[in-house]
Design a protein around this ligand. Structure first.
Ligand code: KG4
Ligand code: ZN
Length: 353
């Protein structure tokens, strides 16, 4: 079985072909094409939704063509098209979602709508080392369930209990900025480019003095997070007289974020008695976070290779393999769901779907 996965929820136009030769067999990554809009958004220091949507429109067809070509896969070789339905930027989502519907309709293929967050988590079932990344530390065996999933990206910071494939309970999440958003905002304070995660990480590694300690919001008794106070602390520190060099500020900031994420995820994993801890989303590419989570976790840790941590189509196809029974004809009346809609729905139902 072969699935084409399409992802356009934020600022990457992505498509990938993922296959599986036997039910419950391992997933194989046949292609993974990501057209990043990073340069476009670097000018504004962040994603402008309308600009992102237009860029998706321009990039989508070539990206899908390339994903099929790289996989040496024709339309007739596909069994379904999976696409991100939300959460994400509405305009951006609409481009990928409607393109996927159109393609599915034209080719008579079933459509599988996928939750973006679930996609990030599903990247942990893709082959380690996929995309040519050097992995090194990933466990060889697929993650054992039940698992605790920490999803940390530019738009989301969530702790989810994954009881079985496709079934999630939301334990907590950020009350203000997402972890990646904090990296991006602090990068601006330090005059670093967007997206802020990689340059902050590189700068932090060069810090020769490592003394400054920035606050940590523990929000004890909850599985929630908060990063806006930390961002303000960085702003105040940078503006103060005798501020430390920016490398030390970057180091102190990264330590604070990684410490809170690692300890809270590890404690929740212990409390919930899960069999593994999964980390996903763009911030999971952070080297210090990967290290700290492994130090703290009481259970085996799984983190996708960095190239599969940031947004991609392979994770959407991977998640779709767990929802084959939810495939619908392309003409089914369906809409995207944006971040706001999903958040309201999730609070009470404690389900991410
Ligand atoms: O998952 P993703 O590609 O898009 C969203 O769904 O948001 O995550 C992008 C976020 C950005 O905020 C970026 O700064 C952050 O992930 N990020 C990192 C690193 N690489 C990307 N944050 C910290 N360290 C990194 N190495
Ligand atoms: Zn994402």
């Amino acid at each position: 079985m072969r699935i084409l996965g399409i992802e356009t929820s934020c600022d990457e136009t992505a498509a990938a072909v993922v296959s599986r030769t036997a039910e419950d067999g391992p997933l194989l990554l046949q292609s993974n094409v990501v057209a990043s809009q990073v340069d476009l958004h670097a000018e504004t220091g962040g994603v402008v939704p309308e600009v992102a949507a237009r860029a998706h429109l321009a990039a989508l067809v070539p990206v899908v063509r390339r994903a099929l070509a790289d996989a040496e896969c024709g339309w007739d070789d596909l069994d379904a098209i999976a696409v991100t339905r939300g959460p994400g930027l509405p305009g951006a989502l609409l481009i990928g979602f409607n393109a996927a519907r159109g393609l599915a309709y034209a080719r008579g293929l079933p459509l599988i709508p996928v939750d973006h967050i679930e996609g990030h988590v599903a990247a942990n079932w893709l082959p380690a080392g996929a995309g040519g990344a050097s992995v090194g530390d990933e466990a060889e065996t697929p993650p054992a369930l039940p698992a605790l999933a920490l999803v940390v990206s530019g738009g989301h910071t969530e702790l989810l209990l994954m009881e079985e494939h496709g079934r999630f309970v939301r334990l907590g999440g950020t009350r203000d900025d997402a972890a990646g958003e904090a990296f991006d905002k602090v990068a601006r304070l330090l005059d670093l480019p967007y997206p802020g995660g990689p340059p902050i990480s590189r700068l932090a590694a060069t810090a020769t003095v490592r003394k400054t300690r920035l606050p940590r919001a523990w929000l004890r008794g909850t599985d929630d997070f908060s990063f806006s106070g930390l961002k303000t602390a960085v702003a105040n520190l940078v503006a103060s007289e005798g501020a430390p060099p920016s490398a030390e500020v970057a180091w102190a900031f990264e330590e604070s974020v990684c410490d809170v994420l690692a300890k809270k995820a590890a404690r929740a994993a212990e409390r919930e008695g899960v069999a593994s801890l999964l980390v996903a989303g763009g911030v999971a590419a952070n080297r210090r976070l990967r290290e700290r989570i492994r130090e703290e976790s009481p259970v085996p840790v799984h983190i996708p290779p960095p190239v599969l941590c940031t947004d991609n189509g392979a994770m959407i196809a991977a998640a779709a393999f767990r929802h084959l029974d939810e495939a619908v004809p392309a003409e089914t009346a369906l809409d995207i769901f944006s971040t706001a809609v999903r958040k309201a729905a999730v609070k009470r139902s404690t389900s991410v779907r």
